[in-house]
Design a binder for this molecule. Structure first.
Ligand code: S3P
Length: 169
């Protein structure tokens, strides 16, 4: 196996923040699928959605998954919220789901110091009702793909990264 840790979960659950803290603590490299796509396309996720549409973005996610499968090992990979749909997720590493209720996630985003920016860069979070529907649609799929589930509600970043460490060994 390639020893990667794959963090999946809904938009705003804290995958990026958690991945950076984990990488810093355990001396591991960390990449993010949205960042890889933005670099490759030289434009933001928001722009890709606006200019090309969602299916184009999903195809880029699959290409990114194929590239990771062929080239990346020993790395913590945080994934965009819809990345779980790629057809080779389980080949990429140990899949850890970061889980929280929709209400908690929405609260986390709405009360963050850069709430506007967080909402703006996520086209699928623009309408809370639609985002909640998406959350319900994905809940089961996330769980069925996960090798381990870490609930993040009410936990410190420190506790969360320790749980990820335990689950990925
Ligand atoms: C998406 C989540 C986003 C980003 C894109 C689509 C989704 O990533 O990939 O806006 O389908 O849930 P984050 O989960 O990092 O916000």
């Amino acid at each position: 196996m390639n020893n990667n840790i794959i963090l999946i979960g809904f938009m705003g659950v804290g995958k990026g923040t958690t991945a950076r803290a984990f990488a810093a603590r355990y001396g591991m490299y960390n990449i993010d699928t949205d960042d890889l796509i933005e670099s490759r396309e030289n434009r933001s996720i928001k722009k890709i959605f606006r200019e090309e549409g969602e299916s184009y973005f999903r195809a880029l996610e699959q290409e990114t998954a194929d590239w990771i499968e062929g080239h990346v090992s020993g790395t913590l990979i945080s994934c965009g919220g819809g990345f779980y749909k790629v057809d080779n997720l389980s080949e990429l590493g140990t899949v850890i789901l970061l889980e929280a209720s929709f209400e908690w996630i929405y609260g986390r985003i709405a009360t963050s110091h850069n709430a506007k920016k967080k909402l703006k860069k996520r086209p699928l979070f623009a309408q809370p009702e639609a985002a909640k529907k998406l959350y319900s649609e994905r809940e089961k799929a996330y769980k069925s793909l996960a090798d381990a589930i870490v609930n993040v509600e009410g936990k410190s970043l420190d506790e969360i990264i320790k749980e990820i460490r335990r689950a990925s060994r």
